[in-house]
Design a protein around this ligand. Structure first.
Ligand SMILES: Cc1ncc(COP(=O)(O)O)c(C=O)c1O
Length: 496
């Protein structure tokens, strides 16, 4: 298409039929990459549609979307208490028939009580709320954080958001003031971070995690990346930490967290702690960045006083798995009140996060307790999901251990395994002949042969000359794991 530029009128004259075409839209959008929903996911969806239309010529009878942490797409059942409350919030007329709710539908009284409490606060889930989120919901979140960490939390510092993604976007928009602005991002990472930085035309400053140390955070690697970026003229302003990790599943120790806070304090970096997997922990205990920061502030005078920390949580993960409802929050610690005022303004431009998602945040942070009518079923469902995830993680890990050329760190948390794969030279050549990276080639072949959709390691970043893929362990059953094992053996034999 021919495009000419008329300097007098400073407009582009476009000879095509449309004003917008692929070469004149925002280049930052084109530059952004998000592998989790990339080519593989598109092809997997095509296979799903073909199977749904009754096609019989595919070598598999179901597609397994192991590319994305989307629990309820993979048959995780919603927690009954949450959905009972949501159903009444959406249709409060049902509250006028408490007998029917109880006798016909088995809704316990605490469901009705919680719904009324929430409605007192939000009035209707169809109404806009306060831009930071409904006050009573923020009070509940503050109580949850206080109980979790043993340190106070102020509802004024809490911002409910439409999932953690929206919170990350808000924070990055505030942090990235100029194309020279940079943010330290772990590699491998969840591509939300690199994609958001691309959208903002800012710099991703990668720091590598240590695969051989269960994907731990290496503070030396952080300092080296930081020094290099600064020498190249990047104004490094923040560091992202994902704990527990995606795609790595790693869970950071209090010492690891201190190391990061030390760098942040010494180098004046805002810490963005993505803690959406805080309840998906199999090994050890979750320590929040907020708790560790408050401890250090008590133990060491002055050093940590000015650390700025934004921590994120979400209803999407954990045993809640309500990612379609888009609920989450972030908490600001140590921010200048004038910066917080600008953050408030920027969220207020979007009016408010989805109110039903806010209500789910409240239910997540304030679930039924022992003695409540819903407690028995809630804990049975919650523990069942947690144990099922752990069991599946271990089964997948065991399967990977048997596969030639595959190495995997023991699962510690989150919803993913991120094994490394060593492929034969012939497979590497075949990938190059197709103009693909070898991990992408492997994952496409896996999808074509088995219907199992995973994501190549290159979508998250990986050290040079290493190959990985990421799979969730959310899909029920073991048939799909057997499919991967069989495919892998055949693939390795084909390219020997
Ligand atoms: C580390 C991490 N942060 C944030 C998100 C996005 O979460 P939400 O659905 O709350 O936007 C995800 C989703 O997979 C994630 O893995």
């Amino acid at each position: 298409m021919t495009v000419t530029y008329n300097p007098k009128r400073t407009i582009y004259a476009d000879f095509g039929p449309r004003r917008l075409h692929a070469d004149n839209i925002n280049p930052s959008v084109k530059a952004a990459k998000y592998a989790v929903r990339g080519e593989l996911a598109v092809r997997a969806e095509e296979y799903r549609v073909r199977l749904a239309n009754g096609e019989k010529d595919l070598p598999f009878d179901s597609v397994i979307f192991a590319n994305i942490g989307n629990p309820q797409q993979l048959d995780q059942k919603p927690i009954t208490f949450f959905r009972q409350v949501l159903s009444l919030l959406e249709n409060p007329a049902l509250l006028e028939k408490p007998d029917v709710l109880s006798s016909a539908f088995g809704y316990p009284q605490d469901v009705v009580d919680r719904t009324k409490l929430l409605l007192d606060d939000v009035q209707s889930v169809g109404a806009y709320s306060h831009s930071q989120g409904a006050p009573m919901i923020r009070d509940s979140v503050a109580r949850f954080i206080e109980e979790r960490d043993g340190f106070p939390a102020d509802p004024q510092d809490l911002y409910l958001c439409a999932g953690a993604s929206s919170g990350v976007s808000t924070l990055m928009n505030i942090i990235c003031h100029h194309p020279s602005a940079g943010v330290l991002v772990p590699i491998p990472q969840y591509p939300l971070y690199t994609a958001t930085l691309s959208l903002l035309n800012a710099q991703c400053v990668p720091y590598h995690l240590e695969e051989e140390k269960a994907w731990g955070t290496n503070v030396r690697a952080i300092r080296e990346s930081l020094a290099k970026a600064k020498a190249e003229g990047t104004d490094v302003r923040a560091i992202v930490v994902i704990n527990p990790g995606n795609p790595t599943g790693a869970s950071l120790s209090p010492e690891d967290i201190k190391d990061v806070l030390d760098v942040a304090a010494e180098e004046k970096l805002v810490v963005i702690a993505d803690e959406v997997y805080q309840t998906n922990i199999f090994v050890g205990e979750f320590t929040s960045f907020k708790k560790r920061l408050r401890q250090l502030q008590q133990e060491v005078p002055d050093k940590y006083d000015h650390v700025e920390l934004a921590s994120l949580h979400s209803v999407s993960k954990g045993m809640v798995g309500e990612c379609g409802h888009r609920g989450g929050y972030f908490e600001l610690v140590g921010f200048d009140p004038l910066v917080a005022a600008q953050i408030y303004k920027s969220v207020s431009i979007m009016l408010c996060p989805p109110v039903i998602g806010q209500c789910l945040v409240e239910l997540m942070v304030n679930p039924p307790l022992k003695g409540d009518a819903s407690y028995a079923l809630y804990s049975q469902e919650y523990n069942g999901i947690r144990d099922g995830l752990h069991k599946r993680a271990l089964a997948l890990y065991e399967a990977f251990k048997q596969m030639e050329g595959v190495e995997c760190q023991e699962p510690q948390g989150a919803m993913y395994l991120f094994p490394s794969i060593t492929l034969p030279a012939k497979a590497m050549e075949a990938a190059a002949a197709e103009g693909r990276t070898a991990d992408e080639f492997y994952c496409l072949r896996l999808l074509d042969a088995t219907g199992v959709c995973v994501v190549p390691g290159s979508g998250f970043g990986q050290k040079e000359n290493t190959l990985h893929f990421r799979t969730t362990f959310l899909a029920p059953g073991t048939d799909w794991v057997d499919r991967i094992v069989k495919f892998h053996a055949e693939f390795m034999a084909e390219y020997k």
